[in-house]
Design a protein around this ligand. Structure first.
Ligand code: MG
Length: 384
């Protein structure tokens, strides 16, 4: 059996490093063709020396020489710049592209990879939030599969396997509730960056950890689920489940609910996305019911955590409004991390940016690119 050629976009981030550990378990199944990193040259070099991909891309051009100087004698090709990121996904040896970059930057390389006929293991949810209509349509045209890596969507996909012809009555997306679950509006006024960065269950990058604290992450996931599974917003229910053991569930029309569960670990969805439909034996920790005698569930507080409500609203509005929400949130998330705005201002500025950005009912890719620019600029003004 020939090996599956893999490219990892964003190999030095949280998902990227875990993906390398997953791939390392199966040297006879996978071959690493390309690794890309934004600016973490040291880790990219270390990964390249260990995993020996054919090609690496360091997006930050000022780091090109540093990477090149080490890797050239190991016969590893080194490229730099945004364009290289877009081009590397087209390499013929690549079968699946794992998109593990953060934010809007994942959109164009993902579209290029789909155009080149590559399957996508999608960890970059923003791609579908920004331009879900265009991306899913293109994937269909090109006969390309998009395998979810987000744990909730992987859970749903796992529940659907073997049931693709059965109608979905409801998708149940679980949410841990994050570090601020149960807090009132008043209490949230003074929460800090350090508190927001302490997620109770999941080890993740800073952007997604803040998104989890503000429930924006769940909102983005509702939008992602709509596009991945073709399900309208009114059939997607968010359930807060603080233990994060049930990763999500599907209710079918016969009333049965199938759920996928396990210890919270991104390695499980990464592996399933790369090995689907197989489930090869992994070395991951096993779950025991006896360690978790109480699994609990509650309704999300969408009045206090405005971002989740906004996500349902932009799904109703359609057009470019989810792109606006995502753009605003990338700015407010960073502004909060940089200490420029308070926690509650994240949702407030996201909302204002949606109100003030011009609505486009049927956006083209160019419209999305332009919307992203304008909304970011507007949100930046609100942050200053
Ligand atoms: Mg998730």
């Amino acid at each position: 059996m020939s090996k599956k050629g893999i490219a990892i976009l964003g190999s030095t981030g949280s998902i990227g490093t875990q993906a390398l550990e997953v791939i390392e378990q199966f040297p006879d199944k996978f071959e690493l063709i390309a690794l890309t990193a934004n600016r973490n040259a040291d880790l990219l070099i270390e990964q390249a020396l260990k995993y020996k991909p054919n090609t690496v891309v360091i997006v930050d051009e000022s780091q090109y020489n540093k990477v090149k100087n080490v890797l050239w004698e190991h016969d590893i090709k080194v490229y730099s710049g945004e364009d290289s990121l877009n081009q590397v996904v087209e390499m013929t040896e690549i079968e699946t592209v794992l998109t593990a970059t953060v934010g809007y930057s994942g959109l164009l390389p993902t579209i290029n990879a789909i155009n080149a006929g590559k399957n996508i293991a999608l960890a970059n949810k923003e791609t579908l939030v920004v331009a879900g209509d265009i991306v899913t349509k293109l994937a269909q045209q090109k006969g390309v599969n998009i395998y979810p890596v987000d744990s909730e969507h992987s859970a749903i996909f796992q529940c659907l396997a073997g049931n693709f012809d059965n109608k979905i009555e409801k998708l149940i997306l679980t949410a841990s509730g994050g570090p601020f679950r149960g807090k009132t509006h008043e209490e949230l006024k003074s929460v800090t960056r350090e508190q927001a960065l302490k997620h109770p269950n999941w080890e993740m990058g800073a952007k997604i950890t803040i998104d989890s604290a503000s429930l924006m992450n769940k909102g983005l996931e509702v939008i992602e689920a709509k596009w991945l599974f073709g399900i309208p917003a009114d059939k997607i229910e968010v359930v807060v489940h603080p233990q994060s053991i049930i990763h999500s569930a599907v209710q079918f029309e016969d009333s049965s609910i199938l759920a996928q569960m396990g210890i919270p670990s991104m390695k499980v969805p990464i592996q399933y996305a790369l090995t689907y439909p197989e489930r090869p034996k992994s070395n991951f920790d096993r779950f025991s019911f006896f360690d978790y005698p109480n699994l609990t569930f509650e309704k999300p507080d969408i009045e206090t955590f405005k971002n989740l409500k906004l996500a349902f609203e932009v799904l109703d509005m359609g057009g470019n409004s989810a792109c606006v929400l995502n753009a605003a949130n990338e700015i407010t998330n960073k502004a909060f991390l940089d200490g420029k705005i308070s926690f509650l201002e994240i949702g407030e500025i996201n909302e204002k940016t949606i109100e003030k950005t011009e609505f486009i009912a049927k956006p083209t890719l160019e419209d999305y690119i332009e919307t992203n620019k304008l909304a970011r600029k507007l949100a930046e003004d609100f942050c200053n």
